[in-house]
Design a protein around this ligand. Structure first.
Ligand SMILES: [Zn+2]
Length: 288
């Protein structure tokens, strides 16, 4: 390998060549020898200087104020300051709590009434897991029940009193023939409708059963509350299917036509319609 050979040759010449350092007097041109040395002498002097510089700087930056000039020292110092600040903060909080606690003990010893003995001894910051905020299965079922109940709730009291009674479509309460008309003068506040035995009696509108019971004069009676302060009454039934508080739909069967009650002389339904406390002639709104 010629390259390696030539490098070795150059190195050999540099390291082992004899050099001579001399001074020549300008006037007399007399030569004065100062030093006589080889190439490797220079190399060892450079190595020595380098080592010395290394050791000096190590001690300089390691143990004197020069170490503050190193860039990384600043970051380490900041972290330490933050750490200390946190420590001081928690110590301060601890101190306040302890002071409160001692204060409370003092007050108890003096016989004073202490209302609150809860000394918060932990960080008030609570990490809330958002997933925990989902309603449980039990809760979801309850929520659905409430929503469903609300759907069928007859808004008797929160009714928007905007509908006129003409806007309602009434279900015929029974199939039959009117045998006695509505007559305020005779205090007959409804219609008497004769119907076949066992005909079903139906609610004229959606509503909630206010009353469902027997009375000696009117027999089995059902009274239903509807929206817009409308009330319907069904008398002389042979059987009642609904109880007070039951929700009913328009057209839903609530009883069976009968002849119950002292005022009844044959199977018929006495049907009344009231709004805002006044009787209404059902014939005006229902075709029989
Ligand atoms: Zn009647």
């Amino acid at each position: 390998m010629p390259i390696i050979k030539s490098i070795r040759k150059i190195l050999q010449r540099l390291l082992f060549q004899n050099y001579k350092l001399s001074l020549i007097d300008k006037d007399s041109l007399k030569e004065k020898q100062v030093s006589d040395f080889y190439g490797y002498h220079i190399l060892s002097i450079i190595a020595y200087l380098f080592l010395t510089a290394l050791i000096v700087s190590f001690f300089l930056f390691g143990f004197t104020f020069f170490k503050e000039l190193l860039p990384d020292r600043g970051v380490i110092k900041n972290n330490k300051i933050i750490e200390l600040m946190i420590k001081v903060d928690s110590l301060e909080r601890d101190l306040i709590l302890k002071r409160e606690y001692i204060n409370m003990i003092h007050r108890i010893v003096r016989g004073e009434v202490v209302e609150n003995t809860n000394v918060v001894d932990s960080d008030s910051t609570v990490l809330v897991n958002r997933n925990d905020l989902k309603p449980s299965k039990h809760d979801s079922i309850l929520r659905q029940e409430v929503i469903d109940a609300d759907l069928y709730n007859i808004p008797v009291y929160k009714a928007q009193m905007t509908n006129s009674i003409e806007d309602f479509v009434f279900f015929k309460p029974v199939e039959g023939v009117i045998i006695d008309d509505f007559n305020i003068n005779n205090k007959h506040y409804g219609l008497d409708i004769a119907a076949a035995q066992n005909s079903s009696v139906k609610s004229c509108l959606d509503g909630i059963v206010l009353f469902s019971d027997w009375s000696s004069s009117k027999g089995n009676v059902v009274i239903i509350q509807h929206i817009d302060n409308i009330v319907s009454t069904y008398m002389h039934n042979s059987i009642l299917f609904k109880e007070s508080g039951d929700l009913v739909k328009a057209g839903e069967v609530i009883g069976v036509v009968g002849n119950s009650g002292e005022q009844s002389t044959g199977p018929h339904l006495h049907f009344e319609l009231w709004q805002n406390g006044s009787p209404i002639n059902p014939s005006d709104y229902i075709d029989f």
